[in-house]
Design a protein around this ligand. Structure first.
Ligand code: HEC
Length: 119
């Protein structure tokens, strides 16, 4: 009896652990960490041309969030656009390519922008 009980406790613990882990990743996806995203855009000089709330050379990140809020292809589209650069969506001023930001960082930033660019 004692043995069965400890086996059960073990299973409960394992379940709780995996639940916590999957919950954490769901939360992380739904609400990207603003501080982490801001650190990434600062490090990669995105803020030389963009701000969260106001247009600089490029559009405000909150304006980008609004524009693509009903576009399910936005994450892929924006990933490619930021990576390769381009013009013609907001104005004829081009965004230069951004080859140095890592794939993971760029995904984090795009998720954060599309979630409303909250700090
Ligand atoms: C030299 C200035 C410059 C830099 C640096 C820059 N951008 Fe841009 N960005 C622009 C301009 C200009 C546009 C508008 C392009 C257009 O109208 O198609 C833009 C557009 C965007 C868009 C919207 C794209 C679209 O098609 O709607 C996103 C998202 C974006 N930038 C993110 C970033 C990120 C992330 C970085 C840093 C890795 C970055 N930008 C660096 C100038 C810049």
């Amino acid at each position: 009896m004692k043995k069965t009980l400890s086996g059960m406790m073990c299973a409960v613990f394992a379940l709780a652990t995996s639940l916590t882990t999957s919950l954490t990743s769901v939360v992380a996806h739904a609400a990207p960490d603003g501080a982490a995203a801001l650190a990434i855009v600062q490090k990669n000089n995105c803020l030389g041309c963009h701000a969260v709330k106001t247009q600089v050379v490029g559009p405000a990140y909150q304006a980008v969030a609004k524009k693509y809020k009903n576009d399910p292809s936005a994450p892929d589209k924006l990933f490619t656009k930021v990576r390769n650069g381009g013009a013609g969506v907001w104005s004829e001023i081009p965004m230069p390519p951004n080859p140095n930001i890592s794939d993971a960082d760029l995904h984090t930033v795009i998720d954060w922008i599309l979630a409303g660019a909250k700090s």
